[in-house]
Design a protein. Structure first.
Length: 270
C-alpha cells in the first residue's frame, strides 16, 4: 500500500473526506453487527463448539447478522483506508463491490417479479425447513414467533404445517406435551391477559377446524406476507430506492476520487 505526496497538485479534500465519512458509518455498523453476532454465538456456546453451526438444519439468524457485519466491515474499511491513503486499488475494490451488490439486488428484484410461483415455492420450502428446526435454536424460535405474531399467521400455509416439527406433530408416536398443538405465537391474544400464556396452543389441532378461529390464527404466513406487500408497496419501494441512491452516491464518490487521483498522477508524470 503506497501513499503519494504531491508537491504541485492535490486530490480534492471534499471528495476524499466525504467518502471517508460515508464509509465510516458502514465500518462502525459492521463492527456493531459483528459484535452482536459474536455475543449471540457466545451466549449459545457456539464459539466453544463450532460444530453447533452445522447442527441446525434451519436458518440461524446470527449467521445472517455476522455475514452482514463482515461485508459492511470489509467495505467500510476498504473505503475509509482507500480514501485517506488515496489508494486506487482499495477504492476500486470498494466501488466494484458496491456495483456488484447493487446489480445483485436489482437482479433478485426482477427475477422475483418474473418468477413469482417459483419464489413462492422456495419461500414455502424455506419456511417448512425452519419449522422443523423451531426448537433447535432460540434465535430461530424468536424469529418465527415474531413473524407469526406481527403478521397474525400460523405456519407456512396454515396451522397444520406444524406437523413438520416433531414436538407439535400429531403422530401417535409423539410423547411431547405440545403434540397436535401450535406455538403460543399462533394464538389470538387476549387483551385481558397481561402475562403471555405460552400454553395457549396446546392440543388446539385436536379440535375440529371450525373451532380454530376462536383460538389461533388460521392464515398461513406466506399468504399473510403476500397480502402485506401490496398494502405497503410504497414503503418497500421507498426503502429500495433509498438504499439504491445511497449505493449510487457511494459509487459516484469512489469513481470521482479515483479519477481525481489518476488525474493528479498524470499531471505529475508530465
Amino acid at each position: 500500500m503506497h501513499y503519494y505526496r504531491y508537491s504541485n497538485a492535490e486530490v480534492s479534500c471534499w471528495y476524499k473526506y466525504l467518502l471517508f465519512s460515508y464509509n465510516i458509518v458502514f465500518w462502525l455498523a459492521g463492527v456493531a453487527f459483528l459484535a452482536a453476532g459474536l455475543w449471540a454465538w457466545s451466549e449459545k456456546g457456539v464459539l466453544s463448539d463450532l460444530t453447533k453451526v452445522t447442527g441446525l438444519h434451519g436458518l440461524d439468524p446470527v449467521v445472517l447478522v455476522l455475514m452482514v457485519g463482515i461485508v459492511m466491515f470489509t467495505l467500510g474499511f476498504a473505503g475509509c483506508v482507500g480514501a485517506l491513503r488515496e489508494n486506487i486499488c482499495l477504492l476500486k475494490f470498494f466501488c466494484g463491490a458496491i456495483v456488484f451488490i447493487f446489480l445483485l439486488e436489482l437482479a433478485v428484484a426482477v427475477l422475483a417479479f418474473l418468477f413469482q410461483d417459483w419464489v413462492r415455492d422456495r419461500v414455502k420450502e424455506f419456511f417448512e425447513n425452519n419449522i422443523k428446526s423451531y426448537r433447535d435454536d432460540i434465535d430461530l424460535q424468536n424469529l418465527i414467533d415474531s413473524l407469526q405474531k406481527i403478521n397474525h399467521c400460523c405456519g407456512a400455509q396454515g396451522p397444520d404445517d406444524w406437523d413438520f416439527n416433531i414436538y407439535f406433530n400429531c403422530s401417535s408416536e409423539s410423547k411431547s406435551r405440545e403434540k397436535c398443538g401450535v406455538p403460543f405465537s399462533c394464538c389470538i391474544p387476549d387483551p385481558a391477559q397481561k402475562v403471555v400464556n405460552t400454553q395457549c396452543g396446546y392440543d388446539v389441532r385436536k379440535k375440529s377446524k371450525s373451532q380454530w378461529d376462536d383460538q389461533i390464527f388460521v392464515k398461513g404466513c406466506i399468504l399473510a406476507l403476500e397480502a402485506w406487500l401490496p398494502r405497503n408497496i410504497y414503503i418497500v419501494a421507498g426503502v429500495f430506492i433509498a438504499i439504491s441512491l445511497l449505493q449510487i452516491f457511494g459509487i459516484f464518490l469512489a469513481r470521482t476520487l479515483i479519477s481525481d487521483i489518476e488525474a493528479v498522477k498524470a499531471g505529475i508524470a508530465f
